[in-house]
Ligand binder design. Structure first.
Ligand code: ATP
Ligand code: MG
Length: 565
């Protein structure tokens, strides 16, 4: 643990050491660099919490930078959604919102300098040939026949690439490093390609675009980033990251100081989830889910719509920590985090998801009583509310059994239960329709059994939630299950595509739920505990006329159970 009581991690240890040694004059400057080609997911949340968190903790800064070097897949819709999601998570880039495309001119000038220094050349091999010449992990590559072009010829060709004289894909600019390097990334990597695509920011100004490996270290350097944190798959790219910083004199650019260092950490993998944007996009575009913010999606907007709070997601990111090797996190931990948050903060209310009518025969017709119920026994400050009670109420179908097994402590013929906050009732009769379906339960009540009454202390085994029939409000309720049936849908050992593992029962819609009247006017995103049913939120598209609730999680905490074992 650190002095602040926050869990520490190996990156914080590096930073602490760097500050001690006055590296970069003691500055800490990180960045979160999404590519705007999809919506952010919970894995990105880990990176956001890490980058912004380290900056906050070390009195540093964190930039939001769009890594927009691949115009064919990128879109302004994604830029907007990413900004919204980072803000919602609770982080602030202040005035430091950047785009790699802001630096296109610098990147171009740096490339010209590399050519002049004999460290880059224009290559006419096509993509297949480049791959072929590249060699393999066990065999060295072969030099491109264009590798020894003169500086003048390279300068001329590169300028003409930029001027649009060559068709897409016909020429690339490559770094001249080492085709025999043990690291494939160092075998003359491509820096620029010809691509005619309209960029969301620079429009049609450029028809050559830089590659990620080239643009990233230079963007970091131009923004004075000190610690450039990325996921493990980039470890093999680090020598290239450093090669660009060693061979390009970025420090001449006004305001630029210091040199960034790339540090890799393990990406988040979550059970029953896929996390690649490419796969998430497939789910959206092929209609497996209703959109990027479908409450079953691991996207930040999906989790938000599902009812997760930013606090619970940040708490989750703190608890999973930061490791140096890949692992798989149990989704039950994420669910545990939202339960803990809502257990303390969500009001308890009554909602009957699958209603059946119950009539109390000895309760006066037309009478309405108001019973008082506490809003959150965990949090007395949340106060109480009153609820109407009368002769006809709804209870949950599953809370009644005509022929119950021994340990059924709910309602059954001749059995008694307490109605939460109200009276003890006894089942007298069951009314069925012509097909034998139960349509109504007839009961009597003990008028003295209300809180404070003479028989209030009478012991009965079960307590049921209920809503008053004449005051109940209709609602639609969506229950969710994991989107995939297997813990690791990415595992293709059986040769099965991840989409074949989609859970066909991941969404159940209950269209005829009845909720207590206090829920008649609720703001979207308000969260509640529906007694005995779980935590729910008001869907973003819910209105007072058409109430829609999403179940965030049920009450059963499998994570807490695992921890107890
Ligand atoms: P994906 O593989 O889902 O498409 P990506 O890495 O291509 O993700 P970027 O937009 O490039 O997506 O990611 C922005 C930042 O988020 C990067 O620094 C990346 O390392 C980090 N990141 C992406 N996925 C995860 C993850 N699962 N866990 C932690 N960090 C992640
Ligand atoms: Mg990426």
């Amino acid at each position: 643990m650190s002095e602040l009581g926050l869990p520490t991690n190996f990156i914080q240890n590096i930073i602490t050491e760097d500050i001690k040694n006055n590296k970069n004059e003691g500055r800490v400057h990180t960045r979160f660099p999404p590519e705007p080609n999809g919506y952010l997911h919970i894995g990105h949340a880990k990176s956001i919490c890490l980058n912004f968190g380290l900056a906050l903790r070390n009195e540093g800064l964190c930039n939001l930078r769009f890594d927009d070097t691949n115009p064919s897949k990128e879109d302004i819709e994604y830029v907007d959604s990413i900004k919204r999601d980072v803000k919602w998570l609770g982080f602030d880039w202040e005035d430091r919102l950047y785009y790699a495309s802001d630096y296109f001119e610098h990147f171009y000038q740096f490339a010209v300098q590399l050519i002049k220094d004999g460290k880059a050349y224009v290559c006419d091999l096509d993509p297949d040939e480049i791959r072929e010449y590249r060699g393999t992990l066990t065999e060295p590559g072969k030099n491109s026949p264009y590798r020894d072009r003169s500086v003048e010829e390279n300068l001329d060709l590169f300028e003409r690439m930029k001027n649009g004289e060559f068709p897409d894909g016909s020429k690339v600019l490559r770094a001249k490093i080492d085709m025999a390097s043990g690291n494939l990334n160092m075998r003359d990597p491509v820096l620029y390609r010809v691509l005619r695509a309209t960029h969301h920011k620079t429009g049609d100004e450029w028809c050559i675009y830089p590659m990620y490996d080239y643009a990233h270290p230079l963007s970091d350097a131009l923004e004075n980033i000190t610690h450039s944190i990325c996921t493990l798959e980039f470890a093999d790219h680090r020598p290239l990251y450093d090669w660009f910083l060693d061979n390009i004199d970025y420090s001449k650019v006004e305001g630029v100081k210091g040199r960034p260092q790339q540090i890799e950490f393990a990406r988040l993998n979550l059970t029953y989830t896929v996390m690649s944007k490419r796969k998430l996009r497939q789910l959206v575009e092929e209609g497996y889910v209703a959109g990027w913010d479908d409450p079953r999606m691991p996207t930040i907007s999906g989790l938000r719509r599902r009812g997760y709070t930013p606090e619970s997601i940040r708490d989750f990111c703190d608890r999973i920590g930061v490791a140096k090797s890949d692992n798989m996190v149990d989704i039950a931990l994420l669910e545990h985090c939202i339960r803990e948050d809502l257990n303390a903060n969500a009001a308890r209310v009554m909602a009957v998801l699958r209603p059946i009518k119950l009539v109390i025969e000895n309760y006066p017709e037309g009478k309405v009583e108001w019973v008082e119920i506490t809003n959150n026994p965990e949090n007395p400050e949340m106060g109480s509310r009153t609820l109407p009670f009368s002769r006809e109420i709804y209870i949950e179908q599953e809370d009644f059994m005509e022929d119950p097994p021994k340990k059924f402590f709910r309602l059954a013929p001749d059995k008694e239960v307490r109605l939460k906050g109200a009276y003890i009732i006894k089942c007298e009769e069951v009314i069925k329709d012509s097909s034998g379906e139960i349509v109504e339960i007839r009961c009597t009540y003990d008028p003295d059994s209300k809180s404070g009454g003479p028989t209030a202390g009478r012991k009965v085994k079960g307590t049921l939630h209920w809503v008053c029939a004449s005051h109940a409000v209709d609602a639609k309720v969506c229950l969710y299950d994991h989107l995939f049936t297997q813990e690791n849908p990415d595992n293709d050992e059986e040769g099965l595509d991840f989409k074949s593992k989609i859970n066909p029962n991941s969404l159940e819609i209950l269209a005829t739920a009845k909720v207590e009247p206090s829920l008649q006017e609720v703001e979207p995103e308000t969260r509640f505990q529906f007694l005995r049913q779980g935590y729910f939120t008001v869907d973003q598209e819910s209105t007072n006329e058409n109430l829609v609730f999403n179940r965030i999680v049920s009450l059963r905490d499998t994570w807490a159970k695992i921890k107890k074992k």
